[in-house]
Ligand binder design. Structure first.
Ligand SMILES: [Fe+2]
Ligand SMILES: [Fe+2]
Length: 246
């Protein structure tokens, strides 16, 4: 079964490992009056993920399902979850709704605009648009304000099946992964453009205490420092890739 770890108060990391991609895949269940699932995961993993989620929440009572950008590991199993949880509604930004989710989801999604908040009982969420960061023009990052948890999707990706939570070295690991990835199928996975550093600086200003990472360890500590360090790491990789691409 998938492993389950509480990484922040009532925030549970549910993780599988795929030996083909050599990546871990983490999904987050937030236990509250109205339970939230962030990352619906691959369709092929639904049975395993829902069994693990049931250890921390009544799956039928999940009310909100979100993700960063339209991609199979983010939302492939969305409709399975919507069938399992009859009162659940997907939430997304206006662009993802217009380009993908209004068509894909079996129930209409809730659209969370730039300054809108989602209150679930004791927790309050905002969806922060981050176009093309890490990739995809519909990308967004979810921020939980009461405990300052930032859900960063594919940022800080690392390979293998590392520890559920670390408190140092997150950006270093991501830097090494990005350098290795540029020689692999995952080259160009993380976009760096003139807006990227400013986007990461804006995320750092949120002062996150926990970074909830999809592929790799999550992080507990000074999240701002890791985000700023990641900006420099991405810039370095982008320059090296430009040389490789000629
Ligand atoms: Fe992605
Ligand atoms: Fe991903």
């Amino acid at each position: 079964m998938a492993s389950v770890t509480e990484i922040a108060p009532d925030v549970f990391r549910i993780t599988t490992f795929n030996p083909t991609t050599r990546l871990s895949y983490s999904h987050f269940v937030i236990r509250d009056d109205e339970p939230v699932l962030y990352h619906a995961g691959l369709r092929s993993c639904f049975a395993e993920l829902s069994e693990a989620a049931a250890s921390v929440v009544d799956v039928q009572k999940i009310r909100h399902i979100g993700f960063s950008h339209f991609e199979s590991d983010e939302c492939g199993a969305l409709n399975d979850w919507l069938e399992a949880a009859p009162d659940a509604v997907a939430f997304t930004g206006p662009l993802c709704a217009a380009t993908s989710l209004n068509d894909f989801a079996i129930r209409s999604p809730a659209v969370l605009g730039k300054d809108a908040t989602l209150e679930t009982g004791t927790k309050r969420f905002r969806l922060i648009p981050t176009p093309h960061l890490p990739h995809g023009w519909d990308s967004a990052m979810l921020f939980e304000e009461s405990d300052r948890t930032l859900f960063v999707s594919d940022l800080f990706t690392d390979s293998g099946d590392p520890a559920p939570v670390i408190d140092s070295g997150l950006a270093d690991r991501a830097h090494q992964f990005l350098l290795r990835a540029e020689q692999s199928l995952f080259a160009h996975s993380t976009n760096f453009n003139p807006s990227s550093r400013g986007q990461l600086e804006a995320l750092a200003e949120l002062g996150p205490k926990t970074l909830a990472v999809m592929h790799g360890s999550s992080f507990s500590g000074e999240g701002s420092q890791e985000l700023l360090q990641l900006a420099s790491a991405m810039e370095d990789v982008f320059k090296k890739q430009a040389v490789i691409d000629g």
